[in-house]
Ligand binder design. Structure first.
Ligand code: 8YV
Length: 323
């Protein structure tokens, strides 16, 4: 029998069962489990044709370049901003990812953060647990229903957020680089105008150089002292220092954040603010969704090995393959 192709897995996957699946079905080596990963790559990098990673772990140029026989990458997640595009294209490796299967759960968490930042549910839970109910008053906060929702990045996930907003009788507008031909929602020419208009600004835009620090001090100023910022996309889209400053000086009303510029380390000042709700990058983190993502990681890897191409391919990988 021909030997099974060897697969390098960068680190632990976001669903433990997937680690087991990968170990069982493929000849898999976990890079982070090696005593000296750097040395391991230098000694054994040329033995691997396939790489498995996640949107969070990504794949740096130095890892890619240490794998001269690389043919395919299967990544867990819909984001690909942590995959070094230039290094990957230089080696003509094809890249699979997991779009589509997480849209509803990410939109659910956007709404959970929206409702929590407005109604302060996490703070209310802390209040009750601390035994304060009999003696103190919990504050009165902000209505969410019927308010204006601005979406930065009306893609697959943004559309699911908009759908949920209709159940809350919210008016929806969005900003993208260009208006969509098939969206019933109002298009705003600029992010600034969207921020001025809305009560809740929800970020569902892709990460990467094109969107870095789009939400800056000026946009937060436009969102204003009654406005809330919700981010379930990438920390890089927001200038986190400017956001902390705006929260500290009540230039915005509050924020709900699932993503940060330097994960897993939110700016320490954020932990001191009671007008922000923090989550550890869990928007896709349900059994159902992570299992569907894991199945797609496995299916993409099988397809890369059998046919040289993944079932779901990142756009720039597909474009390069067709050129
Ligand atoms: C993942 C994500 O949970 O899909 C993405 O791009 O950021 C999340 O769904 C995360 O990347 C897992 O590592």
């Amino acid at each position: 029998a021909t030997p099974r192709p060897r697969v390098l897995q960068i680190g632990k996957m976001p669903l433990p069962a997937l680690d087991a699946d990968l170990a069982q079905e493929f000849d898999t080596t976990v890079l982070s489990a090696q005593a000296d990963p750097q040395q391991f790559l230098a000694d054994h990098g040329s033995e691997f044709s396939y790489l498995v990673t996640s949107a969070s772990m990504g794949a740096s140029a130095s890892v890619i370049q240490a794998l001269p026989a690389l043919r395919g990458i299967s990544s867990f997640g819909v984001g690909f901003d942590a995959l070094d595009q230039d290094a990957i294209l230089a080696q003509s490796a094809r890249v699979g990812y997991t779009p589509g299967v997480l849209d509803d759960c990410v939109a659910d968490l956007a709404f959970a953060l929206l409702l929590d930042s407005a109604r302060r549910l996490a703070a209310a839970d802390r209040f009750v647990r601390a035994g304060l109910w009999p003696t103190e008053r919990f504050g009165v906060y902000t209505r969410a229903s019927g308010k204006r929702l601005g979406i930065l990045g009306m893609g697959r996930i943004g559309r699911q957020v908009a759908r949920r907003a209709s159940g809350f009788d919210m008016e929806v507008a969005y900003h993208n680089r260009r208006p969509l031909s098939d969206s019933p929602h109002r298009y705003m020419e600029s992010l600034q105008a969207l921020a001025e208009w809305c009560d809740f600004l929800v970020i569902t835009a892709a990460g990467g150089d094109d969107t870095r620090h789009l939400v800056n001090a000026k946009v937060l100023q436009a969102l204003g002292p009654k406005g809330f910022l919700i981010n379930v996309a990438r920390g890089s889209v927001v200038d986190e220092a400017a956001l902390l400053d705006a929260l500290q000086h009540q230039r915005i009303a509050g924020a709900g954040l699932d993503v940060f510029e330097d994960e897993p380390r939110p700016l320490p000042g954020l932990l001191q603010q009671d007008n922000v709700v923090l989550a550890p990058h869990i928007a896709s983190g349900t059994q159902e969704t992570r299992r569907a993502m894991a199945d797609l990681v496995l299916a993409n890897l099988r397809s890369l090995i059998a046919d040289g191409q993944p079932l779901q391919e990142v756009p720039w990988s597909q474009a390069a393959a067709q050129a």
